[in-house]
Design a protein around this ligand. Structure first.
Ligand code: SF4
Ligand code: SF4
Length: 386
């Protein structure tokens, strides 16, 4: 049996290796696409011929939380009907990693179990799945999560119930403990059954929760999760707001770290740095909040000396969303950039969708002169996916 991961590693180290070995995979279209995709990710052509290997669909558009920074959910009441999954069969059969990750809380889908079974029908047996959840329903839906997910990200965004309430804007402070207990339960399950389930917790940094980052690292270590992700909100640049005209820019400004007291900010950063150094759990973060952060300022980071830029969103991921007015699916570029004026509708031809002219031009720009949004982004030159 072929060790696909070792081929992927080799292509990442030496992209031309793909050209040497590609004929070996011609019969196995799933593996071939993954290797071609890796090659394209490494060589950055503006037009690609592979199919995205990391895909998520708009499972639900509503959420049982209402996070201060969330731009996507609770705008309308949509969930993906199980019978629509067949529409995506030509993408799903090539997917390596499918995400129950959406513009709301996936576990609120009224028939998550049937939906997940239907998706699995079209996935290659070697494909894996991941869930991004706020974890509020995790204890109730634990069996489904264990049955359908290979990895799980729990968006906690706080280390205390008080901050949790302010960020997630939910009514009950006990939800924080409920989520933490559910994570412990997952850990126990992992240990007891020697399961490979990968557990990560994430934290979106704003002026309201920045002070808790060091304790968040401690919490991740106490819970012994597999990875801690710190996402900066500084991605909300003016440019982003030009692309997302309906978003509340004034609210975002208040969430910016520039509103923090400078000394407090530096002290927290110092403590955070120590915690990260001593963390036994892998911590992944963008370094953009380590500068004096401002959504008004350009980043001038001369320390970035990179000759080859990478972002898996541009080459490997596809985020599908629903346009409720047209009842049509479209794909957006990434969590932070959407081409609002010219949506990329999925019309059955996946090559066409993945090579939409806006994506092609963004790939070109990214290769030679990435925007500030990209430079501040956690995904910039980091491949968090397989
Ligand atoms: S938990 Fe996620 S989907 Fe729900 S409001 Fe928060 S950011 Fe949005
Ligand atoms: S680096 Fe970030 S902002 Fe830029 S394309 Fe990738 S995911 Fe989007």
């Amino acid at each position: 049996m072929v060790d696909l991961d070792s081929f992927i590693r080799k292509i990442k180290a030496e992209p031309e290796f793909f050209l040497e070995v590609k004929d070996k995979f011609i019969e196995d279209k799933w593996s071939y696409n993954i290797l071609l995709n890796t090659y394209e990710y490494m060589t950055n052509p503006p037009i690609v011929s592979s199919i995205p290997i990391d895909v998520f669909l708009p499972i639900v558009s509503f959420c049982n939380a209402n996070c201060v920074f969330c731009k996507y959910c609770n705008n309308y009441n949509y969930y993906l009907p199980v019978e629509k999954i067949i529409y995506f069969r030509n993408i799903l059969k090539f997917v390596r990693n499918f995400g129950f990750n959406c513009y709301g809380e996936p576990l609120l889908h009224p028939d998550f179990d049937s939906l997940a079974c239907e998706i699995r029908k079209y996935l290659d047996p070697r494909a894996t799945t991941y869930l991004v959840t706020n974890g509020i329903l995790l204890s109730e839906k634990m069996d489904m999560v264990k049955k359908h997910c290979d990895s799980i990200n729990i968006s906690l965004n706080a280390a205390t119930p008080e901050t949790y309430l302010r960020i997630m804007r939910i009514k009950d402070r006990h939800y924080f403990y409920k989520v933490v207990e559910a994570i412990k339960e997952l850990k126990d399950y992992k240990k007891k059954y020697n399961s490979d389930l990968f557990i990560q917790i994430s934290f979106c940094v704003t002026s309201l929760n920045f002070h808790e980052l060091p304790i968040f690292i401690e919490l991740g270590n106490i819970l012994k999760v597999d990875r801690i992700i710190i996402n900066p909100l500084s991605l909300a640049s003016k440019f982003d707001f030009k692309l997302a005209p309906k978003t509340n820019y004034n609210l975002y400004k208040k969430l910016s770290l520039m509103y923090l007291d400078y000394h407090e900010y530096r002290n927290t950063l110092y403590t955070l740095d120590q915690k990260i150094k001593n963390s036994e759990v892998d911590v992944v973060y963008s370094n953009s909040f380590q500068q004096i952060p401002s959504i008004y300022e350009e980043i001038h980071d001369d320390s970035i000396e990179i000759t080859h830029y990478n972002c898996s969103y541009l080459y490997q991921r596809m985020m599908v969303n629903i346009d409720i007015n047209r009842n049509a699916f479209y794909s957006r570029l990434c969590c932070y950039v959407d081409f609002y004026k010219e949506r990329n509708y999925i019309n059955g031809n996946i090559y066409h969708s993945f090579n939409n002219k806006n994506i092609v031009s963004w790939r070109h720009k990214f290769k030679y002169n990435p925007t500030d949004i990209c430079k501040k982004c956690i995904y910039f030159n980091k491949n968090l996916f397989k």
